[in-house]
Design a protein around this ligand. Sequence first.
Ligand SMILES: [Zn+2]
Length: 108
Amino acid sequence: MIDTRTSPTPAFVPADYKARFKVPCAPDDELSDSHHQEWYAGTGIRPADHPLAGHIWFSGCGACGSDDVLVIAAQWCVSWHSGDAYWDYEIACNACGTFTRRSFCEND
Ligand SMILES: [Zn+2]
């Protein structure tokens, strides 16, 4: 099951993420260390161009439904003992400015 939340500010990255990050999408050591997962973060990249596009079911804005969104943070992993996949991501909507984050656990 996919858990969707929307908010006016980003949750996975700092509010100044556009100034803080230098590239649209790159492995992020700070997020990876704090969550013990392999995270990507950046100023934002189209879902289809994201390195995890083959693993994560990206979809549009949770507030207005627009597909004009950029992925600003994402992680995907598989539990070594259960084999279940887990992922999280956050998108910024260019249409309404809302941030949407979705979390998925295969065994839910
Ligand atoms: Zn929107």
